[in-house]
Design a protein around this ligand. Structure first.
Ligand code: KG4
Ligand code: ZN
Length: 350
């Protein structure tokens, strides 16, 4: 059983030892946070505490299992909002202690990173190494995934995460929160060439990202228009222009990452994997498909429900770790900051 409570999704899942999904549930706290225009950590922690026990009952019932049937319990132990991390990991530890089960403290980023290895995701299984673009509201990084607990950071954002930029621009355009999906819908009616926004770091070496200048450029354009409430077609053109800029930058950065790895390893990696909420964006997916194909690789984009925060990925990451002999002590403290590159392959000395 895996639990996820690091941000604003309360999720639980039960997987069979081979990774087959027996039951899963994700409860978004969007309604709780929307009035504040973003995630409020205290509200999130209280909501996790209120909802997680019920979600656990739901997946147990859905899988037709009781606590006695579980083989291990895992929770996201970081990075994320500390209140939610404490709720999820204490509940998981409580179950582990009561039932004498192994406990696995899962790194949320590694859970996203190992998702393409879930059975059925890539025929024959996703082989290491692969390049991962993690694009969410809180994270924006490019990682070479070499194995369980073996990740190399190739680059990351130097300011805003890409989802954060979508959310902030959506707010400027008068859309609700979270703004990414609404912005994408609006952009589909817009002309991406009417407003030409900057492409931060385009063509630069490495694969770092920057989005705050782009967001500012959109804000300045909106201010210059000085027309109060934006007419829908203007907002659509702004959305399309912003999305085109983000897409071009992401495609450029991904191409760099594949080339960097290709140079180093003598051949490009087989797979480019995209995960995180922003991976739901169709324009971005198709641009990345092209990038991968051009580099002789293939894009793997898990289904949207497995790209956004969920507990299936937490349970799966735990299975991968358990298979290698990894389990954690009940004294493992949740970590609000916990970079992927600090992980070690499981099974070694603690
Ligand atoms: O991974 P996620 O569910 O949660 C974390 O941030 O960890 O990602 C949520 C982010 C939000 O910023 C949301 O606006 C963005 O993903 N997002 C999108 C789309 N769907 C969700 N951004 C662009 N286009 C979308 N279709
Ligand atoms: Zn996430």
């Amino acid at each position: 059983m895996g639990l996820e409570s690091s941000c604003d999704e309360t999720a639980a899942a039960i997987l069979a030892p081979d990774g087959a999904i027996l039951a899963e549930t994700v409860l978004s706290q969007e309604r709780e946070h929307a009035p504040f225009g973003g995630v409020v950590p205290e509200i999130a922690a209280r909501a996790h505490l209120a909802f997680l026990p019920g979600r656990i009952q739901t997946v147990l019932a859905g899988a037709g299992l009781g606590f006695a049937d579980l083989g291990a319990v895992a929770a996201t132990a970081g990075p994320g909002l500390i209140g939610g991390l404490i709720v999820g990991s204490q509940i998981a530890k409580g179950i582990a202690l009561a039932r004498g089960l192994p406990y696995v403290a899962v790194n949320h980023l590694e859970a996203h990173a190992l998702t393409p290895r879930l059975p059925g995701m890539v025929p024959g299984g996703a082989p290491f190494p692969y390049v991962l673009l993690l694009l969410s509201g809180g994270h924006c990084q490019c990682v070479l995934v070499c194995g369980v607990g073996a990740h190399e950071r190739l680059g990351g954002t130097i300011d805003d995460a890409v989802g954060e930029a979508f959310d902030k621009v959506a707010k400027l355009l008068g859309l609700g929160w979270p703004g990414g999906p609404a912005l994408e819908r609006l952009a589909s009616d817009g002309d991406p060439t009417r407003f030409r926004f900057p492409r931060p770091l385009l063509g630069r070496s490495g694969c770092d990202f920057s989005f705050s200048g782009l967001k500012t450029a959109v804000a300045q354009t909106v201010a210059k228009l000085a027309i109060g409430a934006l007419p829908r077609e203007v907002a659509a053109d702004l959305a399309a222009g912003f999305q085109a800029a983000v897409t071009e930058v992401l495609a450029d950065r991904a191409a760099r990452a594949l080339a960097m790895v290709g140079e180093r390893c003598g051949a490009p990696p087989e797979l480019l994997v995209v995960a995180g909420g922003v991976a739901a964006n169709q324009a971005i997916r198709s641009a990345l498909t092209e990038v991968a194909t051009r580099a002789g690789a293939r894009l793997v984009a898990p289904p949207v429900r497995l790209c956004t925060d969920n507990a299936v990925m937490v349970a799966w990451a735990a299975i991968e770790r358990l298979r290698l002999g990894g389990r954690d002590g009940l004294d493992f403290a949740p970590r609000p900051r916990w970079g992927l590159e600090t992980l070690a392959p499981p099974g070694g000395p603690a």
